[in-house]
Design a protein around this ligand. Structure first.
Ligand code: PBG
Length: 327
């Protein structure tokens, strides 16, 4: 047949397929989330997230070492305190769990890059992401506290802060606070687009942060909306966000693409706990090929326009990249 255009020509063999890959990734763009919990000598598996653990500060360095070994150098800390109260005071306590973890991690692995989740839901007795007024979170009081939390993380050694509360104006409040205390160089990676999602289910078990009543729909976004995502990111960038997170990943890649067209700051996609749990469960049942799915999920996030990928599969991905399986 006289067929001049044959797309299959470029799929002939592996070297050629690799040569023409349109999406390139690198380990340096992976961020691994780690749960740190008060206590000692503890590495507790999270039941709904097989293979993920809560570490006490003394056990944390072992995990950092494992990460460093495979070339994952960026982590994001989530804290699980012993004491919770109405106003989440352990979130900004000088000897709070994140603050302790940062000091220890920085001491032992000074070359890794430490981001922190800045939020209150793990620290409040009611499990909401801020200070309550009646049954709802009060925006303007909460952002003052968010700024206080971010500052205390910076003081304890955080390289970057990542506010995940979805209150209005919190990026500006944090920027002003950090700047006024001399932390002008600490970037803000804002969870600019965070949908109210059932995909966070396993995380809430992991971090013990399920709201005691109601849901997060007055602050996290309605998953029907796309234009609203643009509104949110434009505001965050205007307020000084250096990097924007879109979250969850898997079902929100259209948002990643749209956001990447609209703004000129780096975009991080967060593949959340529910995505991890689904892959693990499916693999356990023998229904899917876990490693292949991990590769496809990561690649799709980058292909959609993501520059950074936050994932519980960071170690596996680093290995697959080394092997040339993806990347
Ligand atoms: C804290 C926070 C959550 C996640 C990241 N930061 C939970 C939530 O908003 O309920 C979810 C991460 C995941 O599911 O992996 N606000």
């Amino acid at each position: 047949m006289n067929l001049i255009r044959r797309p299959r020509r470029l799929r002939k063999n592996e070297p050629l397929r690799k040569m023409i890959r349109e999406t390139r990734m690198d380990k340096s763009s992976l961020i691994y989330p780690i749960f740190v919990k008060e206590g000692a000598n503890m590495q507790e598996e999270i039941p709904s997230m097989e293979g993920q653990y809560r570490y006490s500060v003394d056990r944390l360095p072992y995990e950092l070492e494992r990460l460093a070994k495979v070339g994952v150098t960026n982590v994001m800390f989530f804290g699980i305190p012993n004491e919770k109260d109405e106003c989440g005071s352990q979130a900004y306590a000088e000897d709070g769990i994140i603050q302790q973890a940062l000091r220890e991690a920085k001491r032992q692995f000074p070359d890794m890059y430490y981001s922190t989740d800045v939020c209150m839901c793990e620290y409040t007795s009611h499990g909401h992401c801020g200070i309550l007024k009646g049954k709802d979170v009060d925006n303007d009081i909460t952002i003052e506290l968010m700024a206080k939390i971010a500052l205390s993380h910076a003081q304890a050694g955080a390289d970057m802060v990542a506010p995940s509360d979805m209150m209005d104006g919190r990026v500006l409040a944090i920027r002003n606070k950090l700047d006024s205390e001399g932390f002008i160089d600490i970037p803000i990676m804002s969870y600019g687009v965070k949908y109210a999602s059932a995909f966070y289910g396993p995380f809430r078990e992991a971090a013990d942060s399920t709201p005691a009543f109601g849901d997060r729909k007055t602050y996290q976004m309605d998953f029907h909306n796309k234009k609203e995502a643009i509104k949110e990111v434009l505001l965050d960038v205007e307020e000084g966000a250096d990097i924007i997170i879109v979250k969850p990943a898997l079902d929100y890649l259209d948002i990643v693409t749209e956001v990447s067209k609209q703004i000129n700051v780096p975009i991080a996609t967060y593949s959340v706990s529910g995505e991890y749990a689904m892959v693990k469960a499916g693999a356990k049942l023998g229904y899917i090929d876990e490693n292949q799915i991990i590769c496809e999920m990561a690649t799709s996030a980058y292909r959609a326009g993501s520059d950074i990928y936050i994932t519980y599969f960071a170690k596996e991905l680093a290995k697959f990249m080394d092997e040339g399986r993806i990347g």
